[in-house]
Design a protein around this ligand. Structure first.
Ligand SMILES: [Fe+2]
Length: 295
């Protein structure tokens, strides 16, 4: 807060500090007020809370818990966001929903067939392909291969594939709320499953999710490719395709959130596809409980 409850987010950066957009008070990086226009005396207690941050991979990573517990080794290795061998199309969606609903969505591949039939795929066979789930202490990876299949429209266009492809999808969630999808396809039977992707294209679909309140979330995404790096038209195709897809997710999540105002998850039935999201919620409950006892 700045003066009179004015949010500092409506202010501006000034050197190493932030200047309030209402009465011009300036706060330094530790949160202390260092300047009040029109007076020399700075009242004691004129401070705002400061958070540890690190700039890495073209992002600012913020730690909102106990500053003593901040550990930058937990920042994911998202090198493709800041690497000349990769090209990113990026976007931001302010979402009226809890952040975990979005993580649920991204850990569940079966929704693609039904929610993204206009953008990604409408093939009901894909929803039946089993996934492999690997659980870590603060991570979950969900993966699957679809062999000898049609390329999805966006990939067919981007990779100029003729005929069938082998297609891979792996998503890794890292607590609390970042996910990276390693997705792509290669001409069928050219060895992609053994690691040779020379006949294919790859995309890191990256989801950087910042909870704001219980029911609102900052959703930043990046769609990062390893082909046609200097082709601005390809960047636009990737951007518009990803944006349309992720807006379909957000529309459904906002509708869920609206209904969850009156019903709870406790009364809902679970299906097999809910397994990774339920594991994610269990890990988060454990981490939150552990951190609460530390503080
Ligand atoms: Fe989706």
């Amino acid at each position: 807060m700045g003066t009179r409850a004015a949010p500092l987010s409506l202010g501006e950066c000034d050197g190493d500090g932030i200047r309030c957009g209402y009465h011009g008070l300036k706060f330094d990086e530790a949160g202390n007020c260092v300047e009040i226009p029109g007076q020399t005396q700075i009242p004691p207690g004129a401070t705002v809370r400061a958070y540890p941050t690190v700039q890495r991979w073209n992002m600012v990573w913020i730690w909102m818990g106990d500053p003593a517990q901040a550990d930058d080794s937990t920042i994911p290795e998202y090198f493709w966001l800041d690497d000349t061998k990769w090209k990113a199309a990026t976007g931001y969606i302010p979402m009226q929903g809890n952040y975990q609903l979005l993580v649920d969505n991204l850990l569940d591949f079966t929704h693609v067939t039904y929610l993204h039939k206009k953008t990604l795929s409408a093939d009901p066979e894909e929803a039946k392909v089993p996934v492999k789930v690997d659980r870590g202490e603060r991570s979950i990876a969900v993966s699957r291969w679809i062999f000898n299949h049609e390329a999805p429209p966006l990939f067919a266009k981007a990779g100029s594939f003729e005929g069938k492809v082998d297609r891979w999808q792996t998503t890794t969630w890292l607590a609390p709320s970042t996910l990276a999808f390693d997705v792509g396809c290669a001409r069928a039977d050219t060895g992609a499953v053994d690691g040779d992707r020379s006949q294919g294209i790859s995309i890191w679909s990256t989801h950087l999710i910042t909870p704001e309140t219980d029911t609102t979330t900052h959703y930043n995404w990046a769609y990062v490719r390893d082909f046609a790096l200097d082709d601005d038209n390809m960047t636009n195709i990737m951007h518009d395709g990803a944006k349309a897809t992720f807006e379909e997710d957000v529309e459904m999540i906002e509708a869920q959130q609206e209904r969850l105002g009156s019903i709870s998850f406790d009364g809902l039935i679970d299906i097999n596809a809910d397994n990774p999201p339920l594991q994610m919620r269990r890990i988060m409950e454990e981490l939150i409980a552990r951190e609460s006892t530390i503080q």
